[in-house]
Design a protein around this ligand. Structure first.
Ligand SMILES: Cc1cc2nc3c(=O)[nH]c(=O)nc-3n(C[C@H](O)[C@H](O)[C@H](O)COP(=O)(O)OP(=O)(O)OC[C@H]3O[C@@H](n4cnc5c(N)ncnc54)[C@H](O)[C@@H]3O)c2cc1C
Length: 302
């Protein structure tokens, strides 16, 4: 039987992980990744790579929590495997100060070492009224994506560098593709201690499409981080980066029922906001399951 042809649009964390999950589930398939940009030039590469459900749609909180925990458990497995270093997966513990939400998050019982910060601990951080401590992951995303790409190619996957003007450019008989919708957003303060370096960030400014470094933003981030960790004053800056968070009111992960039957069937998987590296694996698995449904429904019509 001819292999099923499947196209995945996008080579960031979402696209690549989805392509791998499809290869996992459908043995006889040719998967093509079509993307304008590849690692290390995607938003995923530039992100802080911290597992933390941030800027996620509140009306999807149950499903986002499941995607987050599916990804957490998957990353824990990678961390415990012999390829953890190559995959750029590292466990990290730290404080997360929350300005607006002052209740425990829905995932609090499932992550390692979760606890609320005590009053005495908060006193060390003026202006912070609520905070939590937990252990999660920090990803060296370029390493992870490079590992994913190697696996994808080793399994016979194809790569097409191309900017699509429209999804219609991927014509039938392709079964599906993913459309990564670049939307925008934005104010949080993270200090992510890596092994040698620290990442300071960031901003989350709704509607700001500027992808160039902004000195006022850099100064603001530095000022906020210095309040938390004054010793950063003498640190040497290695670089700055600005990117777009593909945010929308809800993550879109569904079969596109409006697609003309004569054209390629589409499964959408986009709009992961500030949490793409937190929910990507859970979403990739769900998206791949929908692709399997489409493939099976096509077979049953033959
Ligand atoms: C400053 C910043 C910090 C962040 N920190 C974190 C964090 O610590 N933790 C976390 O979980 N999330 C974080 N995020 C969010 C995270 O980066 C995104 O949710 C995630 O990268 C989305 O992944 P993606 O694969 O959908 O998009 P991307 O990585 O942007 O990949 C999109 C892909 O689609 C391709 N593409 C798009 N349009 C077309 C087209 N028309 N034709 C062909 N190809 C196309 C692109 O070329 C690219 O390959 C951060 C974001 C920013 C901006």
């Amino acid at each position: 039987m001819k292999p099923v042809r499947i196209a995945v649009v996008g080579a960031g964390a979402v696209g690549l992980s989805t392509a791998l999950c499809i290869q996992d589930r459908i043995r006889n398939c040719d998967v093509h990744i079509i993307a304008e940009k590849f690692s290390p030039s995607t938003t995923s590469d530039g992100s802080a790579g911290l597992w933390t459900p941030f800027l996620v749609p509140q009306d999807q909180i149950d499903i986002v929590t499941r995607w987050s925990m599916d990804t957490y458990r998957y990353l824990l497995g990678l961390f415990r495997s012999e390829t953890a270093y190559r995959d750029g997966v590292q466990l990290i513990s730290g404080f997360n100060f929350c300005q607006e939400v002052k209740t425990d998050p829905p995932w609090c019982k499932d992550v390692i070492g979760f606890r609320r910060l005590e009053e005495e601990e908060l006193q060390d951080y003026p202006g912070k009224e609520f905070g939590i401590f937990y252990t999660a992951f920090t990803l060296d995303v370029p390493s992870l994506l490079s590992s994913y790409m190697r696996t994808f190619r080793d399994r016979g996957g194809f790569v097409i560098p191309k900017k699509l003007k429209s999804l219609q450019e991927v014509k039938a008989p392709w079964i599906k593709h993913f459309y990564i919708d670049i939307d925008r957003n934005n104010d949080v303060t993270y200090i992510l201690p890596g092994i040698e370096t620290v990442v300071l960030g960031g901003t989350a400014q709704d509607g700001d499409w500027n992808t160039e470094d902004d000195q006022a933003d850099i100064d603001g981030i530095m000022e906020r981080c210095l309040k938390v960790m004054p010793s950063l004053k003498d640190s040497k800056r290695q670089g700055a980066w600005a990117g777009l968070r593909p945010y929308r009111e809800s993550v879109r992960l569904e079969i596109d029922r409006d697609t003309d039957n004569s054209k390629a069937k589409i499964v959408h998987n986009y709009g992961h906001g500030g949490a793409g590296l937190t929910i990507f694996w859970g979403c990739a698995n769900d998206a791949a399951a929908l692709v399997v449904d489409l493939v099976n429904s096509r077979k049953s019509k033959i």
